[in-house]
Design a binder for this molecule. Sequence first.
Ligand code: NDP
Length: 399
Amino acid sequence: MGKVLIIGAGGVANVVVHKCCQNPEVFEEICIASRTKSKCDGMKALLDGGKTKITTAQIDADDTEALIKLIKAYQPDMVINVALPYQDLTIMDACLATGVHYLDTANYEPLDIPKFEYKWQWAYREKFEKAGLTAILGSGFDPGVTGVFSAYAMKHYFDEIHTIDILDANAGDHGYPFATNFNPEINIREITAKGRYWEQGEWVETEPLEIKRVYNFPQIGDKDMYLLYHEELESLAQNIKGLKKIRFFMTFSEKYITHLNVLENVGMTSIKPIMYEGMEIQPLQFLKAVLPDPASLGPRTKGKTNIGCIFTGIKDGQPKTYYVYNVCDHEACFAEVGSQAISYTTGVPAMIGAKLLLEGKWKKPGVYNVEEMDPDPFMEELNKQDLPWVEDFNPTLVD
Ligand code: NDP
C-alpha cells in the first residue's frame, strides 16, 4: 500500500521500524534515514529479508534542502519524523515542498527556549490544507494515545468532560543510579521547567515539581507522582470543548529526584552555553553525553509502565467518571523489538497513526493533533498492535 520515509534512528525509531515490518501489507517499503547512517544500517541488517523492503540513507534533518533532495529521490507517501523536536519545522517544510504527508511524536522546540508549544506547527495549517496534505502532530503515547483516549471518552461516554488527569507511571528499574528513559536532553528540559496546568480557561504555573501526589496505579502499586507541564495539555484544552481543568502527572522515584536536584544545583542541566577550554558547550548536552544512552537501557530494565487518563464529567445529566489506561511490560517489549517500554509505547502509536493515514482513515488536509481524528480505528489498532487498554468506571480520583 505505501512507502514511508522514517527519519531518526534512536529508541523510538527502532520500534517504529519493527512495527512497520510487522504490518507489511501497509508498509511495503521503508527508508530509515538519520544523522548516523550506521544506526539505520544496523536496523536494516536485523530486519532485512521480510516482506517490507528496507533501504537506508544519511540525512541532516536540520537541512531543508538536503531533505527535499532525499524525499524527491525516494518518493515516499509520507514521512514519520522520530528524530528530535528541533527538526519538526525543517521536515514539515520539506514535506510541503515535495507533496508528502507528515507525522511526528513531539512538538517543535527551538534549541534555545524549552517552551513545548504548538504555535509554530499550528501556523502550518493553511499551507498543508492548500497543498491537500495531512500533518498529524504528536502521535506517540503522551502526546498521542492520551489524546485518542480523550476523543474516545468524548465520543462514547460523555456529553461533557469537565476534568482530565493524565497519569504517566514508570515503575521500570534499570539498575543505574540515574538515567533517563528517553533522550536525556528532552527529558530533563521537560522536568526542570516550571509546572503548569489549565483551569477555567487560565494557565496556573507552579514551581518545578512543586505539586506531588501518591497514586495507587493498577498493576504497579503506590507511586509518587509530580505535576508537570506536558504538551498535550495545550491542544486538549482547546479541542475538548467544555473542559474546565486538565493536569498531567508523571512518577519519579526519590532517588531520581535527588540526582536531578544535585545536577541542577551544580548547573549541569542548564541549556545556556558556557565556555570550556576555549570551546562553547551546553551543560545539558554534555550531561547527555556522559549519561547512559537510553537505547542501552532495554536489556536491563524490568517492571511496567502504566499511562492513562481519568475523566470526570456528565452523561445524560448524571455525573460520570472514566479511567482508561495501558500497562506495558519493559521486558516483554525488549523481547519483542529490542527496546524498553518508553520507546515501545511511543513507537507503536507512531506506526498506527501512519498506518491510518496511509489507509485513508486519518487523511484530511491540514495540520491536526490526534484528538481531532476519529479515535475508533486507532483504539482498535492499539489492541491489535500490542498496546491493549483497560477501562475502569469507578477509579480513585486525584485530589
Ligand atoms: P533518540 O535520541 O534515541 O533518537 C533521536 C534520533 O534522531 C537519533 O538517531 C539521532 O541521530 C537523530 N537525529 C537527531 N538530530 C538529527 C538531525 N539533525 N538529522 C537527522 N537525524 C537526527 O530519541 P528517541 O528515539 O527517544 O525519541 C525520538 C522522538 O520521540 C523525540 O522527538 C522525542 O521527544 C519523542 N518522544 C515522544 C514521546 C511521546 O510519547 N509522544 C515519548 C518519548 C519520546 P544520532 O543517532 O546521530 O544521534
